[in-house]
Design a protein around this ligand. Sequence first.
Ligand code: AMP
Length: 300
Amino acid sequence: MRITCTIQETRERLAEAKAAGKKIGFVPTMGYLHEGHARLVEVAGKHCDFVVVSIFVNPTQFAPGEDLSTYPRDAERDEALLKKVGCQLLFRPDEKEMYPTPSLTRIELPELASQLCGKSRPTHFQGVATVVAKLLHIVQPELAFFGMKDGQQLAVVKRMVEDLNFPVQIIGVPTVREEDGLAKSSRNVYLNEHQRQTAPQIYQALLKGKAAIEAGETDPNRVRQIIYSHLQDQPELRIDYVEVVRLSDLQPAAQIEGDIMLAVAVYLGKARLIDNLQLHVKNSTSGQRRQVLDKGLDIL
Ligand code: AMP
């Protein structure tokens, strides 16, 4: 595995790989890697022959008072994990390399970015979209892989790429979970032992919402209420939002049909945790049972 810190050297390494006819796959991350990131790299390795991972804790997606300065980092462990899962090039720029002067260009998707996490993190997705655009221009991959765990981020990146004709295909990869259902996240290290025991209730709440849909619930507000009250029963959790939205535009779902996302954000101790279920719901016609499918790896 090669490690680059500059854009120029990264481009040189990539030019060699492209000249050798390699299909480039890209996985952008903020480091402190876990099995969720590893899955993205493994999936990229299955569909591409040269996998690039970036590690960059992007300051512009953190608001003042958020966890930029305390975001967990472990460069050595990250390197070892990436070697194991078959990453060929690790691009690890510092802030000066990515933003030599403050960027005067920003990418905004107000309709998507103002929903869900955007309500409590109003500038977050502008930072995400802009840095992902920069990274995609640096790496110029054929495929780029993002976790479904960050459902709104995936929707924002997909739409940016579509609207602005980036020559890349964005692939969503299903969420990797701990055995007790908690979605793997770099921020799980913020949890103390007791909070860690409470955290799987987030997934349990989402599963209750899904079970209600499977049992025939057709009202998105009822589904939302079911998830909400399960979370409310956990005294340590503070709910930021519970929403049932259409996946296409993240607007509240008017009905339980098609591609929808049950999405949750909570505060637990020092951590703000998000999770979601992305479902495809096919309502029954003439007496057939309703079908509720988990959306899987969306690769053609
Ligand atoms: P981050 O380092 O948190 O910015 O995440 C980098 C990428 O890994 C993003 O596309 C995330 O959605 C993805 N990711 C993070 N956690 C998971 C997980 N538990 N399962 C699948 N993908 C994940």
